[in-house]
Design a protein around this ligand. Structure first.
Ligand SMILES: *Cc1c(COP(=O)(O)O)cnc(C)c1O
Length: 256
């Protein structure tokens, strides 16, 4: 047994809350992936979280991803040759969760395993083009602006089914699900509404036969609202500050 640390205690608590929320919803906790959002994580916390068995990491800025992935790859390789190979996951997956600009698609694509923040046809087309050049079929999630706040990113609810159909017809982009962000509020009912609505749109798309068998993810729920999101069907929860501390910067844009 690894000795306990502040991070391992937080992770244990989050895992048991995920399990309890899943049980309460009559779901299997194995169907819910914890994505550790490393925006506020120090380098040693990043190494520790994978040693604690977390294999899905999320970041919102291309520049940061480009720095952190080589460091992580090197760390994992070192662990496997000199350290305790059993203590690190066989594969670490990186999730791009932040707003993505088209001019960052090219450097991002070779690095990440999922992009959660597709919000326009032009962005999807850019991914289609570069993924084709890499010989890669890029798994993406369509970000839905289910709260319809103008400040939020994501595609408007009314435009979402059509956009999903367009993305679904692309050869090098695999539409694997939907992502949403609840409004920043303590009001659990408002969050629940946004998650439930996103789930409805997801079911509607499945009814339209969009996405096929790999269309199965609902990426929703963050530190303050992941239990509500699990109750409404989340299969991926994106948790940052509850794990790593630090200040919340949900709208971190990849600005430069
Ligand atoms: C930062 C961020 C998170 C994590 O938020 P916390 O409240 O720190 O858990 C999740 N999703 C997105 C899109 C983010 O930008």
């Amino acid at each position: 047994m690894a000795k306990s640390s502040p991070l391992s205690e937080k992770l244990d608590e989050i895992r048991s809350r995920i399990a309890a929320a899943a049980a309460k919803a009559g779901r299997d906790a194995k169907d819910i992936t914890l994505i550790a959002v490393t925006k506020t994580a120090a380098p040693e916390q990043l190494r520790e979280i994978v040693q604690l068995g977390v294999s899905d990491l999320g970041e919102s800025r291309v520049q940061v991803i480009a720095q952190r992935i080589p460091q992580m790859t090197e760390f994992l390789a070192r662990q496997r040759t000199h350290g305790d190979a059993a203590a690190v996951p066989a594969k670490v997956r990186w999730h791009m969760i932040g707003h993505l600009q088209r001019n960052k698609v090219k450097p991002l694509l070779p690095l990440v395993d999922y992009i959660h923040s597709i919000d326009s046809l032009r962005l999807a087309e850019e991914i289609e083009q570069y993924a084709g050049k890499l010989g890669k079929r890029m798994p993406v999630l369509l970000e839905i602006n289910a709260s319809e706040e103008s400040s939020k990113s994501g595609v408007a609810v009314g435009a979402s089914v059509h956009l999903a159909e367009q993305i679904d017809s692309m050869a090098n982009v695999a539409l694997v699900g939907l992502m949403t962000m609840a409004p920043l509020t303590e009001d659990k009912e408002k969050c629940r509404f946004v998650f439930a609505r996103t789930h409805e749109i997801f079911e509607e798309m499945k009814w339209h036969k969009i996405g096929g068998t790999h269309f199965r993810h609902l990426s929703m729920g963050m530190s303050n609202d992941y239990e509500t999101a699990i109750a409404e069907g989340a299969t991926m929860v994106r948790i940052g500050t509850s794990l790593f501390g630090g200040k919340v910067e949900h709208e971190a844009e990849d600005g430069e």
